[in-house]
Design a protein around this ligand. Structure first.
Ligand SMILES: [Zn+2]
Length: 419
């Protein structure tokens, strides 16, 4: 049986006064989601730990059944979206072009120089140093002001803290060896700090920046760095879980995750088209993803998220019909919570989840929402999901069976015959 995992990114939320004390999901008119819910086993899912906010990439890494200590860092996922061929003795960092001024440290005036054109980025990047203290540097643009910086050399370590403080009007942070005292990590951190000063020296007098200043615009005179990671050594999704799989989405980040885990990636044109692809393709596991819910929450207007839920609800009719006919196992949930008000970027509440399919134990919950699903029968972690899917689709292997040289969570499709 085919499984469709529909993720509404940043699904969970908090109660808002403007919604009469409801969350956006509770306030939205979602007859299709509620119809599914009537035929579902429902509950709540803790993405990793109670109260701990996660980013989309690490939340998906857990949902796809990979251990968190093997997460290679978002810098790696960004590098994969840019087509970097990952090297062993290298670290990959995410970067943004920023405007800074020297005053008792390096003060950040604009964290992402928002009106920087692609042509200007191409012009500025030519002066970035490509070699310093035995380390090779290479920078590639990912999207707009964001990019990936590769450091390569015998002494390169990815165990590095961020220079990007993640808040506006703050200061560039010193890069330090992160959670280690290793010589290579300290060496790499010191070299990046030197590199960042050199970048600043070169960029502040660059003709493009002098022109921008003359035009009254902010110069892009610094490269903020974060999320260092190294080449991972992960078994592909198919090998790990025995399932042919695809991610059906529209974002670059999802493409990076698909590449990281050896899953196919299909880009949809609108969510309704995504539903169509999910229903009409032959994969055993399809992850259908929308970022719109998360982005609506980031506007910090709960009404925007309500509207997105209502729009999506109208686009999933075919999926609802298929699930209610029992053709597929459908799971609807989110990867994390994104609060539509307050200062947090993401928050650490659990998310509602529902399973619809022929083997599920339907419970009494009739409306898909955070508090209604909390009365459902399931309490689970994000890392439980794949095992539950294998079980509900009759693929789970009896614990401790040794069918081959590796421990498996699924019944293998082929065995090694004794001949
Ligand atoms: Zn988000």
């Amino acid at each position: 049986m085919k499984t469709v995992l529909m993720i509404l990114d940043g699904l969970g939320d908090r109660p808002h006064d403007v919604l009469g004390g409801k969350t956006p999901l509770e306030a939205a008119f979602t007859p299709n989601l509620d119809k599914l819910c009537e035929h579902a086993e429902t509950g709540i899912m803790i993405p990793y730990k109670q109260g701990l906010p996660l980013g989309t990439e690490v939340a998906h890494f857990l949902l796809f059944g990979y251990p968190i200590d093997e997460f290679p860092g978002r810098g790696i996922i960004n590098a994969l979206t840019r087509g970097f061929e990952l090297k062993d003795k290298a670290a990959y960092l995410s970067t943004s072009w920023a405007y800074v001024e020297e005053e008792d440290g390096i003060s950040i005036k604009e964290r992402w120089v928002s009106d920087l054109s692609d042509e200007e980025v191409v012009g500025l990047m030519t002066v970035l140093p490509d070699f310093l203290d035995g380390i090779e540097f290479e920078w590639k643009q990912s999207v707009d002001v964001h990019g990936v910086l590769k450091l390569e050399g015998d002494k390169v370590s990815p165990e590095l803290s961020d220079s990007d403080p993640f808040y506006d009007n703050s200061y560039v942070m010193k890069v330090e060896a992160f959670e280690t005292n290793s010589e290579n990590a300290n060496y790499t951190a010191n070299t990046i700090n030197k590199y960042l000063f050199e970048v600043y020296e070169r960029l502040k007098k660059h003709p493009i920046n002098l022109r921008r200043i003359a035009e009254g615009k902010n110069p892009a005179n610094f490269l903020l760095t974060k999320w260092a990671g190294k080449k991972p050594n992960l078994p592909p999704f198919k090998e790990k879980h025995g399932l042919n799989s695809a991610i059906v989405a529209n974002g670059l980040l999802m493409r990076g995750i698909a590449t990281l885990l050896g899953m196919d990636f299909i880009r949809y044109k609108g969510f309704e088209n995504g539903v169509e692809i999910a229903l009409n393709s032959d994969y055993e596991f399809i992850h259908l993803h929308t970022k719109d819910t998360d982005e609506a929450a980031h506007t910090k207007n709960p009404l925007n998220k309500v509207k997105v839920f209502e729009r999506i609800d109208g686009e999933i009719k075919a999926l609802v019909d298929s699930a209610l006919r029992g053709d597929i196992l459908l799971i609807v949930t989110g990867d994390h919570s994104t609060p539509s008000s307050g200062t947090l970027i993401h928050s650490g509440e659990p998310v509602p989840i529902m399973f619809i399919g022929k083997n599920v134990r339907i419970d009494d919950v009739k409306n898909f929402g955070e508090r209604s699903c909390a009365k459902g029968s399931i309490r689970m972690f994000g890392s439980d999901l794949i095992q539950m899917i294998l079980n509900l689709t009759d693929r789970a292997q009896f614990y401790n069976f040794r069918s081959g040289s590796k421990a498996l969570n699924h019944i293998p499709k082929e065995i090694n015959k004794l001949r």
